[in-house]
Design a protein around this ligand. Sequence first.
Ligand code: AMP
Length: 286
Amino acid sequence: MSGVPILRSRTDLQTAVLGWKAAGEVVGVVPTMGALHQGHLSLVRAAKEVCDRVVVTLFVNPKQFNNPEDLENYPRTEEGDAAKLAPFKVDVLYVPDGAQMYPDGFATTVSVAGLTNVLCGAHRPGHFDGVATVVTKLFLQSGADKAFFGEKDYQQLQVVRRLARDLDIPVEVVGCPTIREEDGLAMSSRNLLLSDRARIPAPMLHEVMQDVAEGLSRGKAFGELKAAAEARILRAGFTEMDYFDLRACDDLSVLDTPDRPARLLAAAWLAGVRLIDNIAVPPRLD
Ligand code: AMP
């Protein structure tokens, strides 16, 4: 027994939340696909700090996988996840199944225009429609006042902010910093899929991004740095870059110099595993 109350039905979740809200309690939700690591747990910690009640959701959302093999290989570790949550005393671990989320006849898609046709959206057709649809459902099912998402998935964070605003969902979306391994690799459930050998060059993605950020802060344009940076990542053992861009934080438009709040974002393949990362770039106002 993990000690964390697990609910599998939407109506049970809604009943619990209605009771809390009637008592004037602030409810937070932390949506995850499980295989929990310190990155996820940092969101739980952030939620516990500012909410009276915290619901963690665990659902490997088939609609956001554009590749059936990726969906099949995605790690599923519910028991271990519940054990990791126990010390945080979360109020509910909500684990709906596919039929609960997408019953027969389910026909609605939430689609956020603009923000979703670049970066990961350009390489994973349908991915952000799947994310937007499930997150909208989780917001409505949980009735949460606050929702906690990682900056690790920066484009996702901006998409979720946009949909909450556009659909008048009364939830505050809180972005939390990326948690990294000691060598700089951003924590990700997908890191479990890397062999010991493939794990060695994995932190190069972040290291190169940091060097590019430093080059930008010294006055170089991104266009002067990009090709050499990509070549370094590939030389380290990555097999393919999906993208390596400098983009504006708010609308994700392409930049060559960080003359407004900007982020470097990258996605690259290592031994058949797709890794993504992003870092803030200090604005240069000269
Ligand atoms: P996932 O289970 O991969 O869908 O992630 C669930 C949530 O955890 C998302 O909001 C992610 O952005 C967040 N997350 C994943 N990895 C990290 C990390 N290394 N640091 C902070 N948040 C993370």
